[in-house]
Design a protein around this ligand. Sequence first.
Ligand code: C2E
Ligand code: CA
Ligand code: CA
Ligand code: CA
Length: 279
Amino acid sequence: AKEAGRNTFRFFNQKIHDDSVARMEMERQLRGALERGELEVHFQPLVSARDGQLVGAEALLRWTHPVLGRVPPDRFIPVAEQSDLIVSIGSWVLDEACAQAARWRKARNGAFIIAVNVSPRQFSSPGLVDTIRACVDKYAIPHGQLEIEVTEGLLIRNPGEVRDAMLALEAIGVTVALDDFGTGYSSLSYLRAFPFHTIKIDRSFIRDLSDDAEDCALVVAAIRMARALGLKVVAEGVETEMQSRFLTRQESDVLQGYLFGPPIAAKDFFVDWVQNRPG
Ligand code: C2E
Ligand code: CA
Ligand code: CA
Ligand code: CA
């Protein structure tokens, strides 16, 4: 038994070692990725639940490494988040997304909401509000057309500072969405304590809508509650007509998912969604 314990320990250590080596190597690769032009922002359509019309897009970061190929954001964002890299990469994503949105607003001669993910470390970094304000000025973003998506994890550490930052954003017409709603622990109290504008119901709830009565009940309750609090509701991960109909009937505001379109490069988004489709 002693021997087995030692082996388990050694194995465990080895695994931690491998993980941290892999992590460090990824961080090293990621450090030069921006300069080498390996990063790209993709855009996924956001459509009105009422009539299916395009209302905007979520910006989603993509990394194509020359050797590793496509590295999924779920793998490299946490690495960037654990170093200072998320701040520089995040600023770049924000600028890139807002620049495209400004072009598309012009082409459509109408509104276009651009949603940008901001991770906890980036949100808490000094100058975040200044960076966003500069972007709003640079691209003359109309009120309510830039939405920052944050997750519940942000709200735990420095609630006072986060709340102040959210109020400062609200003052310049930038809205904040609570992403992955329903996956955390106490989203309810957070919704009261912070000036959110939108909740994004996590796609795990949407996925099981067809065959899971409890998930249906949860989604219905989440939408009702958001309504009562005056919040906008976005449902993400919509893949089927049935889900879409259900969410529309329950009065979600905005739908997002493969049913409407996957995240695609800016030039494709322009052709598929902006050109010849006035808003
Ligand atoms: P998220 O913010 O929850 O983004 C939605 C994810 O759901 C995206 O994955 C999107 O491609 C995927 N998705 C959209 N529609 C469907 C659908 O119908 N079915 C399914 N199965 N999936 C769908 P993606 O692009 O791989 O991004 C993963 C996560 O990485 C994001 O989750 C977000 O947390 C993070 N991320 C991506 N870009 C950025 C960024 O620029 N900054 C930060 N901080 N995080 C980012
Ligand atoms: Ca998001
Ligand atoms: Ca999400
Ligand atoms: Ca997520």
